[in-house]
Every structure is written in C-alpha cells, then in structure tokens.
Design a protein around this ligand. Structure first.
Ligand code: ADP
Ligand code: MG
Length: 224
C-alpha cells in the first residue's frame, strides 16, 4: 500500500510539473502566434513586431534551457580546476550594461590561497549567473552588491548580498518552488535550477532576506 501511495504522489508531482511547463510555454507561444497573425494582416507593421517576437522566443528558450539543466544527471559532473576570480569577473562582465544602467556598485572579495578550486566549471558558473542576476534585478537604482568568497581546506563559502528590495518572510518560504516569480518577465525557475546544481556539487545553499533591506545568499560547497 505504501509504495502505491508513493507512486501516486510521484505521479501527481509529475502531472503538476507538466501542467506548469505546458502553461509557461503556451503563454509565449500564444503571444508569438498573435503577433505573427497581426504581421500577416499588416505587412507594414511586421518589422515593429520583431523585437516582441524575439523576446517571446527567448522566453521559451530560457524555460527549455532551465528544464534541460534540471534533467541533467548528477553523473554528468566534470570536476576540473576552476578559477573563482575569473568566473566571478566573467559573470559580472556578462551583466555590465545592466549594472551600469542601474548604477550598481559591485564589490568582490576573494580570500582563497589557491587561485583555482576543483569543481564543475559549468555548474559553478551557472550558479553564479542565476544568483547574481537575481541580485541585480532586486536593485532598483544605486544599489550595492557584494560577492565574498572564503576558501577553507575542503570547502568554499560564497556569499552574495544585495541591498535591493528583499523579500517578505512569506515569499522567502516559497523560494525554489517551480514558477514562483514576482517579476513581469521572470520564469520562476532560476532558484530551483540553482538548488539542483548546488546539490549536484554536494553543496548547500541558504537565503536570508529582509523586505526593503536586501537579500543574501550563502553557498557552501566542497572544492577538493
Ligand atoms: P525569476 O528570477 O525568473 O523570478 P528565480 O527562481 O530566480 O526566478 O527567483 C524567484 C523569485 O525569488 C524572484 O521572482 C524574486 O521574487 C525572488 N528573489 C530571488 N532572488 C532575490 C533577491 N536577491 N532579492 C529579492 N528577491 C529575490
Ligand atoms: Mg532569476
């Protein structure tokens, strides 16, 4: 009886997840179809819809990418030498235009005796991308983001904090729930995917936040 219960619970989780994915992909598809029909009816306006079409396609792409990341088995991990500073700098560079636009100052401090750690470079980079992007998006203007890394013998501790809008206790509890987003164009998948990648690396992640004050994300993971 017990295993029957578990199976039906699993099935219901899969059903819910599938409905969520279908819904999230259907929205941009419906928008795409609408703009394409408008473009067909009004050839003069076609060009003006291009940007909207592209943003809907991008949205579908990022949802699919996130789900592909979730489906990746932990056995696909490849441990290599990863340069922490280079990776942090790379991610900041990736969002430089948004950072300048919002007038955000970023401080990084990396206290590691060796320049390289041992980890999965793709997952490590993707984790930083997801968290730093959220930090940037949480800041309206003139904010500050800190990236602090401390290495110990076997573990690294990364703390990313922002002084952005923060989260209520209620919302804080919902972090990592699939499709939980407070953003107009968010997917609500970033934290779920980040959790899975940190898990793949054998690490832990925690969030602390105060509404109106800011948020800090702490990751602890093995580096040997
Ligand atoms: P998305 O960024 O697409 O909304 P995420 O899973 O990355 O999806 O984040 C889910 C939600 O968690 C966000 O919509 C936001 O409300 C909240 N959140 C995440 N990081 C932060 C942060 N640094 N500051 C404030 N809120 C955050
Ligand atoms: Mg996000």
């Amino acid at each position: 009886k017990e295993s029957f219960m578990r199976k039906s619970e699993q099935l219901s989780a899969i059903t819910q997840m599938s409905a969520g994915i279908a819904h999230e992909i259907k929205n941009p598809l419906t928008a795409l179809k609408g703009f394409m029909q408008l473009g067909t009816a009004n050839p003069d306006l076609r060009e003006s819809y291009n940007e909207l079409l592209l943003s809907e396609v991008n949205r579908i792409e990022s949802i699919v990418n996130d789900f592909m990341m979730l489906a990746k088995p932990a056995s696909s991990i490849q441990i290599e030498e990863v340069n922490i500073k280079q990776t942090v700098d790379y991610v900041i560079e990736l969002y430089q235009s948004l950072i300048s636009e919002k007038d955000i100052s970023i401080h990084t401090s990396i206290a590691c005796s060796d320049s390289a750690i041992h980890s999965d470079p793709n997952r490590f980079k993707q984790i930083l991308i997801n968290i730093i992007k959220n930090a940037i998006e949480a800041v309206d203007c003139h904010g500050e983001i800190r990236v602090d890394v401390v290495c110990e013998d076997e573990e690294a501790l990364i703390k990313i904090s922002d002084d952005g809008k923060g989260l209520s206790q209620e919302k804080l509890k919902r972090l990592g729930e699939p499709f939980f987003t407070t953003k107009k164009d968010g997917t609500g998948l970033g934290i779920m995917v980040t959790r899975k990648m940190v898990d793949d690396l054998g690490g832990r992640i925690s969030y602390a936040s105060e509404e109106g004050e800011g948020t800090s994300v702490t990751i602890l993971f093995p580096i040997k």
